[in-house]
Every structure is written in structure tokens, then in C-alpha cells.
Design a protein around this ligand. Structure first.
Ligand code: UD1
Length: 369
């Protein structure tokens, strides 16, 4: 029986951990899972709503670290996670993604001689100004088992000198959550509440520091949106960081003056799935949304200069358009001209984005005993 501590901290972790925890709870002869929530994200809309929507069990341990500078947040997670490891002495710590909680918990565990498995290993944007890129590189160097979502990730790890025997290509666990919840999301009334009667709308998410913490860049993106909203409404669930910057930069009035740009609070998993799955176009700087739109065949414009998920461009519906106003406008016009691919067209799906990644993750943990 393997005792596994599963770590979650921030919004993009919940949909990656949920299928793994659920599978472990099913395979009770082989696994004894514990769930630790670091509390990096703590707002109802950023955390609690996801536990409910994804049927994640109550965390066994809540570390309550909250926000802070990178050093403060990372250090707070490490300090409060160390006694948990010392007390529980698990066989494995399983971390997902690339947030500060991921690297912090991985470092604590390996230093105490506990094996670490990293889900979503090997992704690289090659942009070292991105905090997540540093978290990814470090976590992959620390982890004993690197579970990759796509074959480009295996290549990245091998190129960094990581031995092949530590790497397992298991596919994309986010897609397990996506497929598992597609039909449940139909009961969401979010489109009705927003009075969206057809797919003639776009969805926007924006929270990368490089976009929203830079006045110039944020302003360029808003200019593009002013043009795009002449053609169709853009629904914009606003991340707390972004909400704060809109205020700091004095952009609130400008945004309020554009009725086509509809700001709403962050949505839970099911409401957000219902919203973007019906849209004609998604604009985002998120990592996971690039993957989810590819899986559903929805055109996606990534408002960044690079992606750590190239398979969404080579095999999916994603285009990397940066933050230049005219380039975003042209890309949006172009995407709206071309009709969307049928939903879950299997031919378009990258290998092993099949909804069965969680069982493969568990098998890999067992193999490594
Ligand atoms: C974090 C992750 C990022 C991920 C994103 C998803 C890191 C380095 N970044 O960025 O990879 O894409 O989560 O949302 O780990 N805040 C709240 N309520 C919350 C959480 C945050 O109001 O529940 C506010 C705080 O003012 C905080 C700010 O948002 O200072 C940023 O939060 P933080 O966890 O530092 O990073 P994110 O930008 O959310």
C-alpha cells in the first residue's frame, strides 16, 4: 500500500489533482492518499468553488499560507509543509503543474528523503522571466518520477540531462477532468445569466504578471479588445491580480466605458467550462486554457510571445499572437472567419489526451516501488 501526499495550492492545480485523488480513493488496496492544500489560493472563487465542482475531498491538511512575494510565499509553504512530511512519512509526494507551491513542496520532500512525482513535467516556454518556468525547471530536477503530458516534454527533459528511466509519458490529466465534467457542465446556467443565446461571443482571461503588471502591455491588450468588441461581446472573468491592476493603472473607467467588454468575477470549473465551450473564440494568457480549447476544437489566441505547450499549436487550435494591438486584432478577425472544428474531434487530439491519464499515473507510481 502506497501512502501518497497529493499537493494542491493554486487554481490551476485543482483540475489536475482531482482525477488522481479520485482514482487513488477507488484503488484502496494499493493507495492511501492524503490531500494537502497549501492555501496559496484562498478566495472562494479561486479555490472553494473548484473543490465543489470537481468533487475534491476536503483537504486532510490546510496550510493557509496565503499571498506574498515569491520568496515569502515559497518559504511559507516550505516551513509549513516540512512538519507534515515529518509526521506522515509518505512513500510519495505528488505535485502538479508549476506554481510556487509545486516547487516548494517538492524541495521539502526530496530533502527529507521522500520521493517526488511531478505531474505535467517537462513543459518549457524557454522564457526565464516567467516565474512558472523557473518552478518547472527546478521541480523537474528535484523529482524522482517525471510524468509528461506530451512527447515534446520528454525531449526537453532528456536535453536537460534527466535520465530516461525517470521519465514516463502518461498524457494530459487536465483532459481527464475536462471529459469527466463536460456533460455535468451542461447544467450550468452561466450562459443564460449572461444572456448569451448563441456562440457569437468571445471569452478572455488575463493574469500573467508580464501582461497585467505592465501598464503599457495591459493598455495594448485593452486597445485590441476595444476593436474586437465592435464585432462581438467579450466575457472577461477577472483574476484578483488583474482586478487590482485595473484599479492601480486607472483603467477601470476605460473598461466600464466599453459595454462589449463584460467583466465578471472568476468562475468555478463547471461554469467556466460551460462558458468557453460555447464561445467562438477564446483569448488567454493561461496555460491550461490553451489545452482545454485544443481538446474541444475552439479557436484560441494566446496573448504571450511563447508557449510551454507547443502541441496545442502544432496539433490543436492555438495561435501565439503576443501582445501587439494590431496583431491581436488581425488574429481575432482571422479566427472568427474560419469555422470551428467539431468538438472533441479525435484526430485533432494530441496522443494520450484521452481522459485516462490518472490510471497511468498511478501505475507509474506502483512500478517505481
Ligand atoms: C498563480 C500561479 C500561476 C497560475 C495562477 C492561476 C505562481 C508563481 N503563479 O498566479 O502560475 O497561473 O496562480 O491563478 O504560483 N489573490 C487573491 N485571492 C486568491 C489568490 C490570490 O486575491 O485566492 C491575489 C493576491 O492579491 C495575490 C495575487 O492575487 O497577491 C496573486 O496571487 P499569487 O498566488 O501570488 O499568484 P497568481 O497571479 O494567482
Amino acid at each position: 500500500m502506497l501512502k501518497v501526499i497529493n499537493v494542491v495550492g493554486a487554481r490551476p492545480n485543482f483540475m489536475k489533482a482531482a482525477p488522481v485523488v479520485e482514482e487513488m480513493k477507488r484503488r484502496t488496496r494499493e493507495f492511501a492518499p492524503l490531500l494537502v492544500h497549501t492555501g496559496q489560493h484562498y478566495d472562494r472563487g479561486m479555490s472553494e468553488a473548484f473543490f465543489r465542482d470537481l468533487a475534491l475531498p476536503e483537504p486532510d491538511v490546510y496550510l493557509n499560507v496565503g499571498s506574498g512575494t515569491h520568496a515569502e510565499q515559497t518559504a511559507a509553504v516550505m516551513q509549513s509543509f516540512e512538519p507534515v512530511i515529518m509526521r506522515e512519512r509518505p512513500d510519495w509526494v505528488l505535485v502538479v503543474g508549476d506554481v510556487n507551491s509545486t516547487v516548494a513542496c517538492a524541495l521539502v520532500a526530496v530533502k527529507l528523503g521522500v520521493r517526488v512525482a511531478h505531474v505535467e513535467a517537462g513543459l518549457r516556454s524557454r522564457d526565464r522571466t516567467m516565474p512558472e518556468e523557473l518552478n518547472r525547471i527546478l521541480t523537474d530536477q528535484l523529482a524522482d518520477l517525471l510524468l509528461t503530458p506530451s512527447l515534446d516534454a520528454d525531449q526537453n527533459l532528456l536535453a536537460e540531462g534527466i535520465p530516461e528511466k525517470r521519465i514516463r509519458f502518461v498524457g494530459n490529466v487536465m483532459i481527464d477532468s475536462l471529459f469527466a465534467h463536460l456533460s455535468r457542465a451542461e447544467s450550468s446556467v452561466v450562459r443564460e445569466e449572461l444572456r448569451l443565446n448563441n456562440s457569437d461571443y468571445a471569452v478572455l482571461t488575463l493574469h500573467r504578471p508580464s501582461n497585467v503588471d505592465e501598464r503599457e502591455t495591459f493598455g495594448r491588450i485593452l486597445r485590441a479588445l476595444e476593436k474586437i468588441t465592435e464585432r462581438l461581446p467579450v466575457i472577461f472573468p477577472v483574476h484578483p491580480r488583474t482586478r487590482a491592476r485595473l484599479k492601480d493603472f486607472g483603467f477601470e473607467e476605460r473598461v466600464a466605458g466599453n459595454p462589449g467588454l463584460r467583466l465578471i468575477d472568476p468562475l468555478g470549473y463547471l461554469d467556466f467550462l460551460r462558458l468557453y465551450s460555447g464561445a467562438s473564440l477564446v483569448l488567454t494568457d493561461s496555460g491550461g486554457i490553451q489545452e482545454e480549447t485544443t481538446a474541444l476544437g475552439i479557436p484560441c489566441l494566446t496573448l504571450r510571445e511563447n508557449t510551454e505547450r507547443p502541441v496545442t499549436v502544432s496539433m490543436g487550435t492555438n495561435r501565439i499572437v503576443g501582445t501587439d494591438t494590431d496583431r491581436i486584432i488581425r488574429a481575432a478577425e482571422d479566427a472568427l472567419l474560419h469555422s470551428r472544428a467539431p468538438a472533441t474531434d479525435e484526430k485533432r487530439l494530441p496522443p494520450l489526451w484521452d481522459g485516462h491519464t490518472a490510471p497511468r499515473i498511478l501505475d507509474a507510481l506502483l512500478e517505481k516501488v
